[in-house]
Design a protein around this ligand. Structure first.
Ligand code: SF4
Length: 477
Protein backbone atom coordinates (compact mmCIF):
# COMPACT_ATOMS: atom_id res chain seq x y z
CA UNK A 1 0.00 0.00 0.00
CA UNK A 2 1.47 3.38 -0.94
CA UNK A 3 0.34 6.53 0.89
CA UNK A 4 0.55 9.73 -1.14
CA UNK A 5 0.77 12.72 1.16
CA UNK A 6 -0.07 15.85 -0.78
CA UNK A 7 -0.21 18.35 2.05
CA UNK A 8 -1.12 21.95 1.39
CA UNK A 9 2.31 23.19 2.39
CA UNK A 10 3.86 21.09 -0.41
CA UNK A 11 1.30 22.23 -2.96
CA UNK A 12 1.84 25.85 -1.98
CA UNK A 13 5.61 25.67 -2.31
CA UNK A 14 7.08 28.58 -4.24
CA UNK A 15 8.85 27.99 -7.56
CA UNK A 16 12.19 28.55 -5.84
CA UNK A 17 12.04 25.90 -3.17
CA UNK A 18 13.14 27.23 0.19
CA UNK A 19 15.26 25.34 2.69
CA UNK A 20 14.24 24.72 6.29
CA UNK A 21 16.52 26.41 8.81
CA UNK A 22 16.77 23.16 10.75
CA UNK A 23 17.95 21.46 7.53
CA UNK A 24 20.71 24.05 7.34
CA UNK A 25 21.60 23.11 10.92
CA UNK A 26 21.85 19.45 9.83
CA UNK A 27 23.99 20.50 6.85
CA UNK A 28 26.44 22.31 9.12
CA UNK A 29 26.52 19.34 11.50
CA UNK A 30 27.22 16.80 8.75
CA UNK A 31 26.36 17.03 5.03
CA UNK A 32 25.48 13.33 5.04
CA UNK A 33 22.91 13.93 7.79
CA UNK A 34 21.38 16.71 5.67
CA UNK A 35 21.24 14.39 2.67
CA UNK A 36 19.69 11.51 4.60
CA UNK A 37 16.96 13.75 5.96
CA UNK A 38 16.29 16.10 3.07
CA UNK A 39 16.85 13.90 0.04
CA UNK A 40 16.32 10.37 1.31
CA UNK A 41 13.66 11.48 3.80
CA UNK A 42 14.99 9.35 6.63
CA UNK A 43 14.06 10.54 10.07
CA UNK A 44 14.22 8.83 13.42
CA UNK A 45 11.95 9.47 16.34
CA UNK A 46 14.32 8.58 19.15
CA UNK A 47 14.22 9.63 22.81
CA UNK A 48 16.41 12.67 22.12
CA UNK A 49 14.04 13.90 19.42
CA UNK A 50 11.06 13.58 21.76
CA UNK A 51 12.97 15.24 24.61
CA UNK A 52 13.79 18.13 22.26
CA UNK A 53 10.13 18.46 21.31
CA UNK A 54 9.10 18.42 24.99
CA UNK A 55 11.54 21.24 25.69
CA UNK A 56 10.02 23.31 22.89
CA UNK A 57 6.50 22.59 24.15
CA UNK A 58 7.53 23.80 27.61
CA UNK A 59 9.05 26.93 26.11
CA UNK A 60 5.82 27.51 24.18
CA UNK A 61 3.94 27.58 27.49
CA UNK A 62 6.17 30.23 29.05
CA UNK A 63 4.23 33.37 29.68
CA UNK A 64 6.99 35.84 28.83
CA UNK A 65 7.54 34.36 25.39
CA UNK A 66 6.79 36.89 22.70
CA UNK A 67 5.61 36.26 19.13
CA UNK A 68 4.25 32.76 19.60
CA UNK A 69 4.51 30.52 16.56
CA UNK A 70 6.42 32.87 14.30
CA UNK A 71 6.77 31.04 11.00
CA UNK A 72 8.76 32.89 8.34
CA UNK A 73 9.70 32.24 4.73
CA UNK A 74 11.72 34.26 2.26
CA UNK A 75 12.05 33.04 -1.31
CA UNK A 76 14.90 35.36 -2.26
CA UNK A 77 17.04 34.26 0.66
CA UNK A 78 15.78 30.71 0.12
CA UNK A 79 14.96 29.93 3.76
CA UNK A 80 11.95 29.10 5.87
CA UNK A 81 11.55 28.23 9.53
CA UNK A 82 9.89 28.73 12.85
CA UNK A 83 11.73 30.87 15.39
CA UNK A 84 11.78 29.38 18.93
CA UNK A 85 11.23 32.79 20.55
CA UNK A 86 11.65 36.42 19.64
CA UNK A 87 12.26 39.15 22.15
CA UNK A 88 12.79 42.88 21.97
CA UNK A 89 15.61 44.27 24.15
CA UNK A 90 16.54 47.97 24.05
CA UNK A 91 14.73 48.36 20.75
CA UNK A 92 16.56 45.42 19.15
CA UNK A 93 14.76 42.32 17.88
CA UNK A 94 16.59 39.20 19.03
CA UNK A 95 15.75 35.60 18.01
CA UNK A 96 16.36 32.84 20.59
CA UNK A 97 17.14 29.21 19.99
CA UNK A 98 16.74 26.68 22.80
CA UNK A 99 18.97 23.61 22.98
CA UNK A 100 18.50 20.74 25.40
CA UNK A 101 22.19 19.82 25.52
CA UNK A 102 25.43 21.45 26.61
CA UNK A 103 27.37 24.27 25.02
CA UNK A 104 30.88 23.96 23.58
CA UNK A 105 33.74 25.05 25.91
CA UNK A 106 36.80 26.65 24.31
CA UNK A 107 40.38 26.23 25.58
CA UNK A 108 39.66 28.84 28.30
CA UNK A 109 36.52 26.96 29.37
CA UNK A 110 34.41 29.82 28.06
CA UNK A 111 30.89 28.91 26.90
CA UNK A 112 30.56 28.96 23.11
CA UNK A 113 27.97 27.77 20.62
CA UNK A 114 28.61 24.72 18.45
CA UNK A 115 29.21 25.67 14.81
CA UNK A 116 25.98 24.08 13.57
CA UNK A 117 23.96 25.91 16.27
CA UNK A 118 25.74 29.13 15.40
CA UNK A 119 24.82 28.81 11.73
CA UNK A 120 21.25 28.01 12.69
CA UNK A 121 20.73 31.12 14.83
CA UNK A 122 22.47 33.29 12.23
CA UNK A 123 20.12 31.84 9.61
CA UNK A 124 17.14 32.86 11.76
CA UNK A 125 18.64 36.36 12.07
CA UNK A 126 19.00 36.61 8.27
CA UNK A 127 15.49 35.23 7.77
CA UNK A 128 14.06 37.87 10.11
CA UNK A 129 15.94 40.61 8.29
CA UNK A 130 14.75 39.41 4.90
CA UNK A 131 11.14 38.62 5.83
CA UNK A 132 10.43 41.58 8.13
CA UNK A 133 12.77 44.14 6.54
CA UNK A 134 14.48 44.97 9.83
CA UNK A 135 18.09 44.91 11.00
CA UNK A 136 19.02 42.17 13.45
CA UNK A 137 22.28 42.52 15.33
CA UNK A 138 22.43 39.28 17.23
CA UNK A 139 20.81 35.95 18.04
CA UNK A 140 20.99 34.03 21.32
CA UNK A 141 21.19 30.35 22.13
CA UNK A 142 20.23 28.93 25.51
CA UNK A 143 21.83 25.60 26.39
CA UNK A 144 19.52 24.15 29.00
CA UNK A 145 21.78 21.31 30.22
CA UNK A 146 24.25 23.82 31.68
CA UNK A 147 21.91 26.82 31.80
CA UNK A 148 24.13 29.00 29.66
CA UNK A 149 23.13 31.77 27.26
CA UNK A 150 25.47 32.35 24.32
CA UNK A 151 25.15 35.53 22.26
CA UNK A 152 25.98 35.33 18.55
CA UNK A 153 26.49 38.68 16.79
CA UNK A 154 25.34 38.97 13.17
CA UNK A 155 27.81 40.75 10.87
CA UNK A 156 28.57 40.63 7.14
CA UNK A 157 30.77 37.57 7.56
CA UNK A 158 27.87 35.80 9.29
CA UNK A 159 25.44 36.79 6.52
CA UNK A 160 27.87 35.46 3.90
CA UNK A 161 28.29 32.21 5.84
CA UNK A 162 24.52 31.70 5.81
CA UNK A 163 24.19 32.49 2.08
CA UNK A 164 27.09 30.21 1.12
CA UNK A 165 25.69 27.38 3.24
CA UNK A 166 22.24 27.74 1.60
CA UNK A 167 23.87 27.55 -1.83
CA UNK A 168 25.96 24.49 -0.96
CA UNK A 169 23.01 22.74 0.66
CA UNK A 170 20.87 23.35 -2.43
CA UNK A 171 23.54 21.90 -4.67
CA UNK A 172 23.83 18.85 -2.46
CA UNK A 173 20.05 18.42 -2.58
CA UNK A 174 20.31 17.97 -6.37
CA UNK A 175 23.00 15.30 -6.13
CA UNK A 176 22.03 11.64 -6.66
CA UNK A 177 24.93 10.57 -4.42
CA UNK A 178 24.94 10.28 -0.66
CA UNK A 179 27.99 12.12 0.78
CA UNK A 180 30.70 10.13 2.56
CA UNK A 181 30.60 9.76 6.34
CA UNK A 182 32.16 12.58 8.32
CA UNK A 183 35.82 12.45 9.35
CA UNK A 184 34.84 13.65 12.80
CA UNK A 185 33.71 10.41 14.45
CA UNK A 186 32.64 12.22 17.62
CA UNK A 187 29.70 13.68 15.70
CA UNK A 188 28.37 10.21 14.93
CA UNK A 189 27.95 9.15 18.57
CA UNK A 190 25.50 12.05 19.07
CA UNK A 191 23.84 11.85 15.68
CA UNK A 192 20.12 11.00 15.63
CA UNK A 193 20.54 9.04 12.37
CA UNK A 194 23.57 6.94 13.27
CA UNK A 195 21.39 3.81 13.43
CA UNK A 196 20.43 4.19 9.76
CA UNK A 197 23.57 5.94 8.47
CA UNK A 198 25.77 3.13 9.89
CA UNK A 199 28.94 5.26 9.83
CA UNK A 200 31.22 2.67 11.41
CA UNK A 201 30.10 0.01 8.93
CA UNK A 202 30.69 2.48 6.06
CA UNK A 203 34.21 3.22 7.37
CA UNK A 204 34.94 -0.49 7.64
CA UNK A 205 33.64 -1.08 4.09
CA UNK A 206 36.16 1.46 2.76
CA UNK A 207 39.03 0.49 5.03
CA UNK A 208 39.41 -3.14 6.05
CA UNK A 209 41.91 -2.07 8.76
CA UNK A 210 39.30 0.08 10.48
CA UNK A 211 38.41 -0.93 14.04
CA UNK A 212 34.75 -0.04 14.31
CA UNK A 213 33.33 1.41 17.49
CA UNK A 214 29.91 0.04 18.37
CA UNK A 215 27.35 2.82 18.28
CA UNK A 216 24.25 1.82 20.16
CA UNK A 217 21.03 3.50 19.12
CA UNK A 218 19.14 5.05 22.00
CA UNK A 219 16.49 2.84 23.53
CA UNK A 220 13.15 3.38 21.89
CA UNK A 221 10.91 4.03 24.87
CA UNK A 222 7.80 3.88 22.74
CA UNK A 223 5.61 0.76 22.67
CA UNK A 224 4.43 -1.47 19.85
CA UNK A 225 0.65 -1.52 20.26
CA UNK A 226 -0.84 -4.97 19.55
CA UNK A 227 -4.57 -5.04 18.87
CA UNK A 228 -5.49 -8.63 19.57
CA UNK A 229 -9.26 -8.72 20.03
CA UNK A 230 -11.35 -9.15 16.85
CA UNK A 231 -13.77 -6.25 16.40
CA UNK A 232 -11.55 -3.71 18.17
CA UNK A 233 -11.35 -0.36 16.38
CA UNK A 234 -8.40 2.01 16.23
CA UNK A 235 -9.17 5.65 15.46
CA UNK A 236 -7.62 9.03 15.93
CA UNK A 237 -8.52 11.91 18.17
CA UNK A 238 -6.19 14.90 18.08
CA UNK A 239 -2.64 13.73 18.80
CA UNK A 240 -3.86 10.43 20.28
CA UNK A 241 -4.88 7.00 19.09
CA UNK A 242 -8.30 5.97 20.29
CA UNK A 243 -8.82 2.24 20.89
CA UNK A 244 -12.39 1.00 21.25
CA UNK A 245 -12.83 -2.59 22.42
CA UNK A 246 -16.17 -4.34 22.78
CA UNK A 247 -17.74 -3.82 26.23
CA UNK A 248 -14.72 -1.89 27.49
CA UNK A 249 -13.98 1.76 28.18
CA UNK A 250 -12.25 3.61 25.36
CA UNK A 251 -8.46 3.79 25.67
CA UNK A 252 -6.43 6.75 24.44
CA UNK A 253 -2.67 6.61 23.78
CA UNK A 254 -0.51 9.60 22.95
CA UNK A 255 1.15 9.22 19.56
CA UNK A 256 4.53 9.95 21.18
CA UNK A 257 4.28 6.62 23.02
CA UNK A 258 3.65 4.51 19.92
CA UNK A 259 6.38 2.90 17.79
CA UNK A 260 4.17 0.56 15.72
CA UNK A 261 0.55 -0.57 15.54
CA UNK A 262 0.06 -4.30 14.95
CA UNK A 263 -3.46 -5.39 14.01
CA UNK A 264 -4.12 -9.07 14.68
CA UNK A 265 -7.07 -10.95 13.27
CA UNK A 266 -10.07 -8.81 12.23
CA UNK A 267 -9.51 -5.62 14.16
CA UNK A 268 -10.23 -2.35 12.33
CA UNK A 269 -8.34 0.87 11.79
CA UNK A 270 -9.83 4.11 10.49
CA UNK A 271 -8.55 6.00 7.45
CA UNK A 272 -7.80 8.95 9.73
CA UNK A 273 -5.64 6.77 11.98
CA UNK A 274 -3.80 5.22 8.98
CA UNK A 275 -3.16 8.70 7.57
CA UNK A 276 -1.97 10.01 10.94
CA UNK A 277 0.36 7.05 11.59
CA UNK A 278 1.77 7.25 8.06
CA UNK A 279 2.38 10.97 8.50
CA UNK A 280 4.26 10.26 11.74
CA UNK A 281 6.28 7.44 10.12
CA UNK A 282 4.83 4.88 12.53
CA UNK A 283 4.58 1.35 11.14
CA UNK A 284 1.22 -0.38 10.67
CA UNK A 285 1.33 -4.17 10.38
CA UNK A 286 -1.21 -6.96 9.94
CA UNK A 287 -1.02 -10.45 11.48
CA UNK A 288 -3.67 -13.11 10.87
CA UNK A 289 -5.75 -14.63 13.66
CA UNK A 290 -3.61 -17.77 13.23
CA UNK A 291 -0.45 -15.77 13.91
CA UNK A 292 0.79 -15.43 10.30
CA UNK A 293 2.39 -12.20 9.16
CA UNK A 294 0.17 -10.69 6.44
CA UNK A 295 1.80 -7.38 5.47
CA UNK A 296 2.68 -3.80 6.34
CA UNK A 297 1.66 -0.34 5.21
CA UNK A 298 4.44 1.06 3.05
CA UNK A 299 4.60 4.86 3.05
CA UNK A 300 8.10 5.37 1.63
CA UNK A 301 8.37 8.21 -0.82
CA UNK A 302 11.95 9.39 -0.99
CA UNK A 303 14.11 6.32 -1.23
CA UNK A 304 14.46 5.73 -4.97
CA UNK A 305 18.24 6.25 -5.10
CA UNK A 306 18.72 3.89 -2.16
CA UNK A 307 16.65 1.19 -3.80
CA UNK A 308 18.55 1.59 -7.08
CA UNK A 309 21.83 1.15 -5.18
CA UNK A 310 20.39 -1.87 -3.36
CA UNK A 311 19.41 -3.40 -6.71
CA UNK A 312 22.84 -2.67 -8.23
CA UNK A 313 24.66 -4.21 -5.27
CA UNK A 314 22.51 -7.32 -5.00
CA UNK A 315 22.55 -7.96 -8.75
CA UNK A 316 26.24 -8.83 -8.42
CA UNK A 317 26.06 -12.55 -7.73
CA UNK A 318 29.45 -12.60 -5.92
CA UNK A 319 28.32 -9.91 -3.54
CA UNK A 320 25.00 -11.68 -2.89
CA UNK A 321 26.80 -14.97 -2.22
CA UNK A 322 29.24 -13.27 0.16
CA UNK A 323 26.38 -11.76 2.15
CA UNK A 324 24.51 -15.09 2.18
CA UNK A 325 27.62 -16.88 3.50
CA UNK A 326 27.89 -14.38 6.34
CA UNK A 327 24.21 -14.85 7.08
CA UNK A 328 24.40 -18.65 7.24
CA UNK A 329 27.56 -18.47 9.37
CA UNK A 330 25.96 -16.00 11.73
CA UNK A 331 22.79 -18.04 12.17
CA UNK A 332 24.67 -21.36 12.48
CA UNK A 333 27.12 -19.93 15.03
CA UNK A 334 24.20 -18.51 17.01
CA UNK A 335 22.47 -21.90 17.04
CA UNK A 336 25.66 -23.72 18.03
CA UNK A 337 26.46 -21.31 20.86
CA UNK A 338 22.89 -21.59 22.04
CA UNK A 339 23.21 -25.37 22.32
CA UNK A 340 26.53 -24.96 24.15
CA UNK A 341 25.01 -22.51 26.63
CA UNK A 342 22.05 -24.83 27.18
CA UNK A 343 24.42 -27.70 27.89
CA UNK A 344 26.37 -25.61 30.41
CA UNK A 345 23.32 -24.15 32.10
CA UNK A 346 21.60 -27.49 32.62
CA UNK A 347 24.93 -29.14 33.50
CA UNK A 348 24.23 -31.83 30.94
CA UNK A 349 26.52 -34.70 30.29
CA UNK A 350 25.14 -35.64 26.90
CA UNK A 351 27.40 -37.30 24.38
CA UNK A 352 24.83 -36.95 21.57
CA UNK A 353 24.54 -33.23 22.21
CA UNK A 354 28.31 -32.84 22.19
CA UNK A 355 28.48 -34.72 18.91
CA UNK A 356 25.88 -32.43 17.34
CA UNK A 357 27.79 -29.33 18.53
CA UNK A 358 31.04 -30.69 17.09
CA UNK A 359 29.40 -31.61 13.77
CA UNK A 360 27.90 -28.13 13.50
CA UNK A 361 31.39 -26.69 13.96
CA UNK A 362 32.67 -28.87 11.10
CA UNK A 363 29.75 -27.98 8.82
CA UNK A 364 30.22 -24.26 9.55
CA UNK A 365 33.79 -24.50 8.25
CA UNK A 366 32.40 -25.46 4.83
CA UNK A 367 30.41 -22.23 4.51
CA UNK A 368 33.36 -20.09 3.41
CA UNK A 369 34.25 -22.60 0.64
CA UNK A 370 30.89 -22.81 -1.18
CA UNK A 371 30.66 -21.46 -4.71
CA UNK A 372 26.89 -21.25 -5.16
CA UNK A 373 23.69 -20.46 -3.30
CA UNK A 374 22.43 -24.00 -3.92
CA UNK A 375 25.43 -25.49 -2.07
CA UNK A 376 24.90 -22.98 0.71
CA UNK A 377 21.26 -24.02 1.02
CA UNK A 378 22.41 -27.61 1.47
CA UNK A 379 24.79 -26.59 4.26
CA UNK A 380 22.10 -24.52 5.94
CA UNK A 381 19.76 -27.50 5.80
CA UNK A 382 22.40 -29.69 7.51
CA UNK A 383 22.91 -27.09 10.24
CA UNK A 384 19.16 -26.76 10.82
CA UNK A 385 18.77 -30.57 11.05
CA UNK A 386 21.59 -30.80 13.61
CA UNK A 387 20.26 -27.86 15.62
CA UNK A 388 16.62 -28.91 15.78
CA UNK A 389 17.66 -32.52 16.34
CA UNK A 390 19.68 -31.53 19.41
CA UNK A 391 17.26 -28.96 20.80
CA UNK A 392 15.02 -31.26 22.85
CA UNK A 393 18.11 -32.13 24.92
CA UNK A 394 18.61 -28.57 26.17
CA UNK A 395 14.99 -28.04 27.16
CA UNK A 396 14.40 -27.35 30.79
CA UNK A 397 13.35 -30.72 32.30
CA UNK A 398 10.57 -28.99 34.29
CA UNK A 399 8.64 -28.03 31.13
CA UNK A 400 5.25 -29.84 31.02
CA UNK A 401 4.93 -32.59 28.41
CA UNK A 402 2.37 -30.59 26.42
CA UNK A 403 4.99 -27.94 25.78
CA UNK A 404 7.84 -30.25 24.82
CA UNK A 405 9.56 -30.04 21.45
CA UNK A 406 9.87 -33.13 19.29
CA UNK A 407 10.99 -31.75 15.96
CA UNK A 408 10.19 -28.73 13.86
CA UNK A 409 6.92 -28.65 11.90
CA UNK A 410 4.94 -25.76 10.40
CA UNK A 411 2.22 -24.66 7.98
CA UNK A 412 0.38 -25.28 10.18
CA UNK A 413 2.37 -26.10 13.30
CA UNK A 414 1.11 -29.31 14.86
CA UNK A 415 1.89 -28.76 18.54
CA UNK A 416 2.07 -25.93 21.04
CA UNK A 417 5.80 -25.54 20.94
CA UNK A 418 5.90 -25.23 17.16
CA UNK A 419 2.91 -22.87 17.26
CA UNK A 420 4.82 -20.61 19.67
CA UNK A 421 7.92 -20.80 17.51
CA UNK A 422 5.98 -19.89 14.34
CA UNK A 423 4.16 -17.05 16.10
CA UNK A 424 7.48 -15.70 17.38
CA UNK A 425 8.93 -15.80 13.86
CA UNK A 426 5.84 -13.96 12.54
CA UNK A 427 6.37 -11.16 15.04
CA UNK A 428 10.06 -11.16 14.16
CA UNK A 429 9.48 -10.79 10.42
CA UNK A 430 7.06 -7.98 11.21
CA UNK A 431 9.81 -6.18 13.19
CA UNK A 432 12.36 -6.79 10.45
CA UNK A 433 9.90 -5.38 7.89
CA UNK A 434 9.38 -2.37 10.13
CA UNK A 435 13.14 -1.75 10.15
CA UNK A 436 13.49 -2.30 6.38
CA UNK A 437 10.70 0.17 5.65
CA UNK A 438 12.09 2.67 8.16
CA UNK A 439 15.47 2.77 6.42
CA UNK A 440 13.79 2.78 3.00
CA UNK A 441 15.15 -0.45 1.53
CA UNK A 442 13.18 -2.62 -0.87
CA UNK A 443 11.94 -5.72 0.98
CA UNK A 444 11.47 -7.82 -2.16
CA UNK A 445 15.12 -7.46 -3.20
CA UNK A 446 16.95 -10.04 -1.10
CA UNK A 447 20.21 -11.89 -1.58
CA UNK A 448 19.55 -15.39 -0.26
CA UNK A 449 15.90 -16.32 -0.09
CA UNK A 450 14.24 -16.59 -3.46
CA UNK A 451 10.95 -14.79 -4.21
CA UNK A 452 8.81 -17.92 -4.07
CA UNK A 453 6.40 -17.19 -1.25
CA UNK A 454 4.48 -14.06 -0.35
CA UNK A 455 7.09 -13.21 2.31
CA UNK A 456 9.57 -10.55 1.12
CA UNK A 457 13.03 -12.12 0.55
CA UNK A 458 15.08 -9.36 2.19
CA UNK A 459 12.99 -9.64 5.37
CA UNK A 460 13.42 -13.43 5.34
CA UNK A 461 17.17 -12.98 4.85
CA UNK A 462 17.68 -10.50 7.66
CA UNK A 463 15.45 -12.25 10.17
CA UNK A 464 17.80 -15.27 10.09
CA UNK A 465 20.26 -13.38 12.29
CA UNK A 466 17.65 -12.74 14.96
CA UNK A 467 15.78 -16.05 15.12
CA UNK A 468 17.85 -17.53 17.94
CA UNK A 469 18.37 -14.48 20.19
CA UNK A 470 14.87 -13.04 19.83
CA UNK A 471 12.64 -16.10 19.53
CA UNK A 472 14.31 -19.45 20.19
CA UNK A 473 16.02 -18.26 23.34
CA UNK A 474 12.70 -17.29 24.91
CA UNK A 475 11.24 -20.73 24.45
CA UNK A 476 13.80 -23.37 25.14
CA UNK A 477 15.35 -22.83 28.52
S1 SF4 B 1 26.16 9.17 11.80
FE1 SF4 B 1 27.97 10.45 11.43
S2 SF4 B 1 28.34 10.36 9.22
FE2 SF4 B 1 26.27 9.61 9.58
S3 SF4 B 1 24.95 11.38 9.30
FE3 SF4 B 1 25.41 11.25 11.47
S4 SF4 B 1 27.21 12.51 11.80
FE4 SF4 B 1 27.05 12.14 9.60
Amino acid sequence: MQAIDLDLETLAEPIQDTLRVCALHAFAYCPRLFYLEEVEELYTQDAAVFAGRRLHEEIDKQEDKEWLDLYLEDEILGLRGRVDALRTRDGETIPYEHKRGRCYRDENKQAQAWDSDKLQILAYCCLLEAALDITVREGRIRYHADNVLVRIPLDDAGRKWVKDAIQQARELRQSPYRPAVTNNEHLCSRCSLSSVCLPEEARLAHNKEWHPVRLFPQDDERDAIHILEPGTRVGRTGEQLKISRRNEAEEKISIGQVSQVVLHSFSQISTQAVHFLAYKDIGIHFVSGGGRYIGSVDTRQGSIQRRIRQYQALSQSDFGLELAQKLVSCRGEGQRKFLMRGKQKLKLDATELEKAIARMKAVLKQVARVKSLDSLLGIEGNLAALYFGALPQVLNPDIPDALRFNGRNRRPPKDRFNALLSFGYSLLIKDVMNAILTVGLEPVLGFYHQPRTQAPPLALDLMEIFRVPLVDKLLYI
